[in-house]
Design a protein around this ligand. Structure first.
Ligand code: K7E
Ligand code: CUA
Length: 677
């Protein structure tokens, strides 16, 4: 019975979707869509075969170190973009071209914990040029280019540990930020842990971000040794300010669970970064020696390299009055979120019973009229009553993050009571509640932390999954839920599993990004020294114990494809250029016994993998990406001889490959000679 009913209602839903098809898809082209389809939830998330989703959603991978890209409203996974972790699926972090991206001053680090994707903005609105994301464990920030969905740039952050309040952007992407979650000795040297109060400090880093290839730390602000958790830039009237939440104002360094939850209120730090710029210009910053790496993919050669930086400019609030203020905020605040008008600063105290909202204009007045309780390390602490605009009463339990719909409403995630709560800015009244499954962390509305939210959906990014999907052993898929917020009441539309642990996410109308995609790299424009631009240019060369193989990949062969004269003890570099010039014609390359991964080579690109053969033998290599009807034939052999052998170094196109080329070119093949077979 139940099954029959379900089937009928689904069918009805699909019929509605199809009947309203033209209207539905017309409305889906970017603009917020009024609540046209009154049918069931299925029709609202149904994207017909061959049709596109309305939004790209970028989810952090958490402990996977990656970014995953989903389509909304369908919840379909479109891509994993590797950022801070090696990715054997395409060779990121394994190929010679990409390895330097994962270099740090602590060596090659093939993993991190990525928390907060952040789209670049123009005038406070996401513009779809770049996506930034932070690394939490070994503090770094990365830039992804959204014409290619690839990581192009990674900057290490010194004087920091737990780069968590990161990489939130200013309204024109002049800066992204990174702040310490864990205070540490600055500079970080060998001191007793119980000297915490004396030696441990926090830093807020402002990173120039508006020019690809030029990310750098403009300045760092030295802060008291608290934990800096999250941040958001001001906008509109509050443009020029940045707000960071902090907890552990107790400065506990042991049993933190208990000892850092003592104070009634912690702080939101309000940073006037234009004032900081002025102090730097006036020579009030100290130049502090330090080491950090800036890694960047050269756009012309497509090869990453690392550059070492040796100092940062550090400003102490004591030397720059008017730069930082503290606003007392109950209690251990996590998210700090600025509404689209730029007036309200919403701090979610994870242990608080209310959601406190500060007013930017009241804050300015409090500064002007010196409503100061006390001063901490040169930072005036403003009076709570002087900055608070209102408190949302009885919002639920465990508020973490708030996003906005651009229609005067705020949505806050409640970790403990497992719900999303909708409330009104200005009146602070709770309007609606939606239970979510289970224990929501972040939530995300497309553009929901910007000046212009596309307030159609909220995605709930849940921490606990339990019974939501078919069980898969002790570790379950991560749970995301899509909720319609276009009407007065929230409507649950869809559960969809995600990979890694999503902390934050961002989304943007697909129309802003989809037509700017690079379809292939123009071979003629490649300046990679290792490129092989035609079959005739391939070959093999030796320099001591290093052997370089240059080869092309094209449907459906490698050339050269038979290699001889390699010896045990050699290090072989396969430089493979995909000379196909066609969208989505990608080749892969793997060689038997390689102790790294395969590599995937987009059309027009050159990728290099290192191979150290261990024993004399003949080793097949092959294309790993099913690229054509003769993909299975896309293979070759590398012969490895004992060290000191006199087999000459040769690279031939085998008769088999030659005949294949001939067949493809519809020219009768020469009879196989047997040589090189
Ligand atoms: Cu998961 Cu933004 Cu790292 Cu909150 S954080 S949930
Ligand atoms: Cu190339 Cu399969």
């Amino acid at each position: 019975m139940t099954r029959l009913k379900l089937t009928r209602s689904m069918t009805a839903g699909l019929a509605t979707a199809l009947a309203g098809g033209a209207l539905l898809f017309a409305c889906r082209a970017g603009a917020p869509q009024p609540n046209l389809v009154m049918g069931d939830a299925a029709s609202k998330v149904y994207v017909a075969p061959g049709a596109y989703d309305d939004y790209y959603a970028f989810m952090s991978g958490g402990f996977s170190g990656q970014v995953t890209v989903y389509g909304l409203p369908s919840g379909r996974l479109l891509k994993t973009v590797p950022v801070f972790s090696q990715f054997p699926e395409n060779g990121f972090g394994y190929t010679e071209e990409t390895k330097p991206l994962l270099e740090t001053t602590r060596g090659f680090i093939p993993w991190d914990d990525s928390h907060h994707p952040e789209l670049s903005q123009t005038d406070g609105v996401p513009d779809g040029r770049w996506l930034f994301i932070n690394a939490n464990n070994t503090p770094r920030v990365a830039r992804l280019d959204l014409t290619r969905f690839e990581t192009d740039e990674i900057l290490e952050i010194p004087n920091s540990a737990g780069g968590h309040a990161s990489p939130f952007t200013t309204p024109n992407t002049k800066y992204i930020v990174s702040a310490t979650r864990f205070s540490v000795p600055v500079p970080n040297t060998d001191v007793p842990i119980d000297s915490y109060r004396k030696n441990f400090r926090g830093t807020l880093s402002f990173i120039t971000a508006d020019q690809p290839g030029k990310m750098d730390i403009a300045f760092q602000i030295l802060m008291p040794g608290y934990n800096y958790d999250l941040g958001h830039a001001g906008k509109g009237p509050s443009d020029g300010w940045f707000f960071f939440s902090s907890y552990n104002t107790e400065q506990a360094y042991t049993k933190q669970e208990l000892n850092s939850s003592q104070n009634d209120k912690d702080y939101v730090a309000a940073v006037n970064y234009r004032r900081a710029e002025a102090c730097v210009a006036d020579g009030k910053a100290k130049t502090v020696p330090v080491n950090y790496l800036h890694n960047y993919v050269n756009p012309s050669t497509r090869i990453a390299s690392s550059e070492r930086k040796t100092s940062v400019r550090m400003i102490d609030p004591k030397d720059c009055s008017g730069m930082v203020y503290y606003m007392p905020t109950p209690k251990s605040p996590h998210g700090v979120d600025i509404d689209p008008t730029g007036e309200y600063i919403v701090a979610s105290g994870k242990l608080a019973t209310v959601i406190p909202v500060h007013s930017f204009s009241k804050m300015l007045k409090a500064i002007e009229t010196q409503q100061v309780d006390t001063v901490v390390d040169g930072i005036p602490v403003l009076k709570y009553e002087a900055t608070i605009a209102g408190e949302v009463q009885k919002p639920g339990l465990g508020p973490l993050h708030t996003e906005f719909d651009g229609k005067g409403n705020a949505y806050t995630s409640m970790f403990i009571s497992s719900e999303i709560v909708k409330w009104k800015l200005g009146t602070w009244e709770v309007l609606d509640r939606m239970p979510v499954y289970y224990s929501v962390g972040h939530l995300m509305i497309p553009g929901g932390d910007s000046k212009k939210p596309w307030g159609q959906y909220v995605v709930s990014l849940n921490k606990i999954t339990k019974d939501r999907y078919l069980p898969t052993g002790p570790e379950l898929a991560q749970s995301a839920q899509l909720i319609d917020i276009s009407g007065d009441k929230m409507k649950m539309l869809l559960d969809f599993p995600t990979a890694g642990e999503p902390h934050y996410a961002q989304a943007i109308p697909a129309s802003i990004i989809k037509d700017r995609q690079v379809k292939f790299f123009k071979l003629a424009e490649s300046t990679t020294p290792d490129a092989t631009k035609s079959e005739a240019e391939g070959g093999i060369t030796r320099s001591g114990k290093r052997v370089d193989v240059k080869m092309i990949a094209i449907r459906s062969h490698f050339a050269p494809d038979n290699l001889e004269g390699i010896q045990v003890g050699d290090t072989v570099y396969f430089h493979v250029t995909n000379i196909d010039q066609d969208w989505d014609i990608v080749h892969g390359f793997a060689v038997m016994g390689a102790q790294n991964a395969n590599m995937v080579i987009p059309p027009g690109e050159t990728r290099t993998i290192k191979w150290i053969p261990q024993t004399p033998a003949v080793y097949p290599f092959y294309c790993t990406d099913f690229c054509s009807a003769l993909h299975q034939e896309m293979a070759g052999y590398a012969r490895v001889s004992p060290a000191g052998s006199n087999v000459p170094l040769t690279a031939n196109v085998s008769a088999r490959a030659a005949s294949q080329v001939a067949r493809m070119q519809k020219i009768p093949a020469a009879p196989a000679s047997g040589a090189g077979q």
